[in-house]
Design a protein around this ligand. Structure first.
Ligand code: SAM
Ligand code: DTB
Ligand code: SF4
Length: 327
């Protein structure tokens, strides 16, 4: 589809679901004048969502640090000098307590993350119980535990897991600069197993790692090429953590971040696009632009997995100022 066709779409056909976006088309979206891109993203957004509603998820690291993988951005990798104390898998009761607190604070989904290459043995059995307990607290459940096999995917589904998060992280072309211990194909394979098991897919990436715009285009093409699109698409801005190889990475232009959100919104009209890691580095005005660009989900609560996130009070004030409703 050429640029002219995109612009001349009648409003009723703004947002057909497509899985065949070409790089030139995605590049053309990135290159639109900022106001045109925002306008188009809002149009698409309004075709599928209430524009003033934002889904709210809370994160909990259920197993922290000591990870054998070498992801260059991650403070939990044993390959880096980040000063993180490894912690073993949490008690089920402590997880249930944290879920209750999150629900009382207004979260609708509880996302549990473990610093594993993949779950194994007794730990996996405990994780299944966590899913059941968190559901019983009245929350949607999400987990991110690394790679899964078919049987594990099915057992998580049977335990009632609503979402599994597994990110592509970046383009296939740039991927080798960031991770050597797990291949891009490994990630695609896990995502497929999760999908085949009937669990909703949460899959996105990180921007600001030194990738080029062409890499961001290619990441978006990979995400939007999945059929169906991932139900949740987290767009993370790199959190630069001392001791990781990316600690001194240069700033990404803030407008390029907003553009990335807008492009994700346009390519995946029906998906929740999450303004994920990196909000601590953003002011309210920049976050408002991200919502305008079509972000309709955030992580809520003062901690992501290991790094700070804005205080819940601060987010409540921001929602009030913008007339946004948590969902
Ligand atoms: N270990 C599991 C895995 O990687 O599959 C699950 C947890 S891992 C921390 C989940 C995701 O968090 C990563 O895929 C990455 O996209 C994101 N993430 C980790 N560290 C980050 C950072 N410093 N900045 C932004 N995003 C980050
Ligand atoms: C995702 O895409 N972002 C979240 C969640 N999925 C698991 C994690 C962000 C982690 C940021 C760095 C940290 O706090 O350790
Ligand atoms: Fe391990 Fe996940 Fe961190 Fe990679 S991102 S080092 S797999 S915890």
């Amino acid at each position: 589809m050429s640029q002219t066709v995109i612009d001349s779409h009648p409003r009723s056909q703004n947002s057909p679901l497509r899985f065949d976006w070409q790089e030139v088309e995605i590049e053309a979206l990135f290159e639109l004048p900022f106001n045109d891109l925002m306008y188009r993203a809002q149009q698409v957004h309004r075709d599928y969502f209430d524009p003033n509603e934002v889904q709210v998820s809370t994160l909990l690291s259920i197993k922290t640090g000591g990870c054998p993988e070498d992801c260059a951005y991650c403070p939990q990798s044993v390959h880096h000098e980040s000063a993180l104390e490894p912690e073993s898998l949490m008690d089920i009761e402590a997880v249930a307590d944290a879920a209750r607190t999150a629900r009382q604070a207004g979260a609708s989904r509880f996302c549990m993350g473990a610093a594993w290459r993949n779950p194994r043995g007794r730990n996996f059995e405990r994780v299944l119980e966590m899913v059941e307990r968190v559901r019983a607290e009245g929350l949607e459940t999400c987990m991110t535990l690394g790679m899964l096999d078919e049987q594990q995917s099915r057992r998580l589904r049977d335990a009632g897991l609503d979402y599994y998060n597994h990110n592509l992280d970046t383009s296939p072309e740039f991927y080798g600069e960031i991770i050597s211990t797990r291949s891009y194909q490994d990630r695609l394979d896990t995502i497929k197993r999760v999908r085949d098991a009937g669990i909703n897919v949460c899959c996105g990436g990180i921007v600001g790692m030194g990738e080029t715009r062409a890499d961001r285009v290619s990441l978006m093409q990979q995400l939007a090429g999945q059929k169906p699109h991932p139900e949740s698409v987290p767009i993370n801005l790199l959190v630069r953590v001392e001791g990781t190889p990316l600690a001194d990475q240069a700033d990404l232009d803030a407008f390029e971040f907003v553009r990335s959100i807008a492009v994700a919104r346009i390519l995946m009209p029906q998906s929740h696009v999450r303004l994920s890691a990196g909000r601590e580095q953003m002011n309210d005005e920049l976050q408002a632009l991200c919502f305008l660009a079509g972000a309709n989900s955030i992580f809520y609560g003062e901690k992501l997995l290991t790094t700070p996130n804005p205080e819940a009070d601060q987010d409540r004030r921001l929602f009030e100022r913008l007339g946004l409703r948590p969902a």
